[in-house]
Design a protein around this ligand. Structure first.
Ligand code: NCD
Ligand code: ZN
Length: 356
């Protein structure tokens, strides 16, 4: 009998589902494994207003089978010109769950992001008043700053000031990658939390240069040195409720990754849950997985925890390397080293890959 673990259904507190054919490809992976997901708004053009978020939500929900209980939680993309009233009304009306701060040009589709945080203080003040979470891509964008230092410097210069100026604002520092970020979050109090991706728990920066350039290991913020990866693992399994699951699964077509200027983003949705289980198992902390995956995030967002459960089985298996997008294109799945050690029994997916 294989070892198994049953958890309350997890939520993904940071995912890129995209739109159109890419959405059709990505949505089932997330919707089968997670009860809810915070859907990133960095489409092209970005989802800026509550009305646009509502329309995007409708495009997602239309693709879900009638039997699905998956709930997409929508966000808006903050710009220098964001209207505080629109954001606040979107939150109060239940259309928006959070607003996302991308420093301009920090990552994929962020050119119209925020150029200076003080320019959006009226929005942030309103969000603070109504308890609306601010989700932050925490990297400075000055190209003279070493790419491996951009998260730390963001924390030191921008986040610290922001929390000083708006001490009651609820903040999630997304996809943290450094030891300094784990330290900062663990000391920052109950209104500040962080998500951690499966890839940052599994790879360090060497993975991007293993025998040649490995574009499928490239995302932003980039993976850092090994001691940072170890610190992230320690934080994830620590039981500290300020850390929770956010895959940052971010699919790009393979030729947009395998190019002279490849896009940032790692597509992990088909195996993300399995990777987290593997990490927690390796850290001998499977008893902490449910808190990280299914409880801490819900509590931070003031949402009820999911009542349904999912079961993962300890079993060696090889996931697909490529997943088709429409008829003539595909995305590559994140592969941190095979075989994987845990398996979540998905419908559809399992029929083609039933080797346990
Ligand atoms: C994300 C994407 O592709 O949209 N890319 C990434 O490397 N994580 C954007 C983001 O979250 O930074
Ligand atoms: Zn992201």
């Amino acid at each position: 009998m294989n070892q198994s673990i049953t958890l309350r259904k997890p939520d993904d507190w940071h995912v890129h589902l995209r739109d159109d054919a890419m959405l059709e490809m990505s949505l089932p992976w997330t919707a089968e494994a997670f009860g809810r997901a915070i859907v990133m708004p960095n489409l092209s053009p970005a989802v800026i207003t509550a009305t646009q978020a509502m329309a995007y939500k409708e495009r997602i929900v239309r693709l879900l089978p009638a039997s699905s209980n998956f709930e997409p939680l929508m966000t808006c993309f903050l710009t220098d010109a964001t209207d505080p009233l629109d954001v606040a009304k979107g939150f109060i009306d239940g259309i928006l769950t959070a607003a996302k701060l991308y420093p301009a040009n920090s990552t994929t589709n962020s050119a119209t992001g925020v150029t200076e945080v003080h320019k959006i203080y009226p929005v942030l003040e309103r969000m603070q008043q109504i308890g609306m979470p601010l989700l932050i891509h925490g990297e400075v964008t000055n190209r003279e700053v070493d790419i491996f230092d951009r998260e730390k410097i963001f924390i030191d210069t921008i986040l610290t000031k922001l929390r000083h100026d708006l001490p009651e604002l609820r903040i999630v520092l997304e996809h943290i990658t450094t030891e300094e970020a784990t330290q900062y979050i663990s000391e920052a109090g109950d209104l500040t939390a962080a998500t951690i991706t499966p890839h940052h728990l599994m790879i360090n920066r060497n993975a991007m240069f293993n025998g040649g350039v490995r574009p499928h290991m490239y995302c932003l913020p980039v993976a850092k040195r090994e001691h940072h990866r170890l610190a992230l693992r320690k934080a994830a399994v620590s039981g500290d409720t300020h850390f929770f699951l956010g895959t940052d699964s971010a699919p790009h077509l393979h030729q947009e990754k395998e190019s002279a200027c490849g896009c940032a983003g790692i597509f992990s949705a088909p195996i993300a849950l399995e990777l987290y289980a593997q990490v927690f198992d390796e850290e001998q902390a499977l008893n902490k997985l449910e808190g990280f995956a299914s409880i801490n995030g819900a509590n931070f967002y003031n949402k009820p925890v999911n009542e349904k459960t999912i079961t993962l089985v300890k079993s060696s298996w090889e996931p697909p390397e490529e997943i088709p997008v429409s008829h003539n294109d595909y995305v590559c799945v994140f592969h941190p080293g095979l075989p994987l050690k845990w398996k979540y029994l998905r419908k559809g997916f399992n029929e083609a890959n039933s080797n346990i």
